[in-house]
Design a protein around this ligand. Structure first.
Ligand code: DGL
Length: 290
């Protein structure tokens, strides 16, 4: 079962003036943010979309917090100057759980972030055993630990930091299949059984993971509720930008920008086209770590 609840999003305080055809920039380290883009486009199909994959710095889960903050400020500086979006969705838990305050301090453009949906998980669980599947970065964040303390103090929350799943999701989209055994090894620690109780809710706390959801459902040792915060993010965007104006036509296909582009295979091009991204460009921004 896949559940969407009004949670898991964080908002910028600044509200933009309602633009009849807003430009929305959806950003991730790679392809995971496409799961958020899909939901946002469904809510505002008339908006102009730019999807940016910072693949030159993928995976964000491997960067230290100061490295990630520095990288995101540098990349956003360029993207905002070049594309002037009305709103940016940071469709990445690994980034949102650490970078949003710095972005909001630096730029006037509103940012909507994606953070682990702990609150709805605590509201849904009956067994009080909840798991959070995320990157090692998100699992280590004090932001994530604060969420657990604030909203799930009466639950046993298992934090599972997966080193490989984001990469597996990218590989599958680029036409390189990943075995069931490899995927099962990554999700298995989410399934806890103790004193006759079992985990019944798993938070998908990396935007790459919904790309593998049908595999997770098939491989899970027992059925659980998987929470994907993407639909809630779309509702936040509509709160900020307003509903689609009456009679506004659907916008043409969205554009994709990659900061590296080394993984842009023909198979990936086809996957992007299937998701309505028909124009792909590389704006090279190599990762420089200090
Ligand atoms: N999609 C990103 C997230 O939501 C992370 C993947 C990465 O490690 O770059 O956390």
């Amino acid at each position: 079962m896949r559940i969407d609840l009004m949670a898991g999003a964080t908002l910028s305080a600044a509200l933009p003036a309602h633009n009849p055809q807003p430009v929305i920039l959806v950003f991730d380290s790679g392809l995971g943010g496409l799961t958020v883009l899909e939901q946002v486009r469904r809510a505002r199909p008339d908006a102009a979309y730019l999807y940016v994959a910072d693949d030159a710095a993928f995976p964000y889960g491997a960067l230290s917090e100061p490295q990630l903050v520095a990288r995101m400020i540098a990349v956003m500086e360029r993207l905002l100057a070049r594309h002037a979006p009305d709103l940016v969705v940071i469709a990445c838990n690994t980034a949102s759980t650490v970078v949003l305050p710095a972005l909001r301090q630096r730029f006037v453009t509103p940012f909507v972030g994606v953070v682990p949906p702990i609150k709805p998980a605590a509201a849904l669980t009956r067994s009080r055993l909840v798991s959070l599947l995320a990157t090692p970065g998100t699992v280590a964040r004090s932001y994530t630990h604060d969420l657990v303390r604030s909203y799930a103090a009466d639950c046993a929350v298992t934090l599972v930091g997966s080193k490989n799943l984001a990469r597996y999701a990218e590989a599958e989209m680029a036409g390189a299949p990943v075995s069931d055994a490899a995927i099962l090894a990554e999700i298995a620690p989410c399934f806890v059984e103790t004193e006759g109780r079992r985990t019944d809710v798993v938070c998908l706390s990396c935007t790459h993971y919904p790309l593998l959801l049908t595999r997770f459902e098939r491989l899970a040792p027992w059925p659980v509720t998987w929470i994907d915060p993407a639909p809630a993010i779309a509702r936040r965007v509509v709160q900020l930008l307003g509903e689609r104006p009456q009679r506004a036509p659907d916008a043409p296909a969205a554009r994709a920008v990659f900061t590296g582009g080394t993984g842009l295979t023909p198979a990936l091009g086809r996957s992007l086209e299937q998701r309505g991204l028909c124009e792909t460009q590389v704006e090279a921004m190599p990762l420089v770590l200090s």
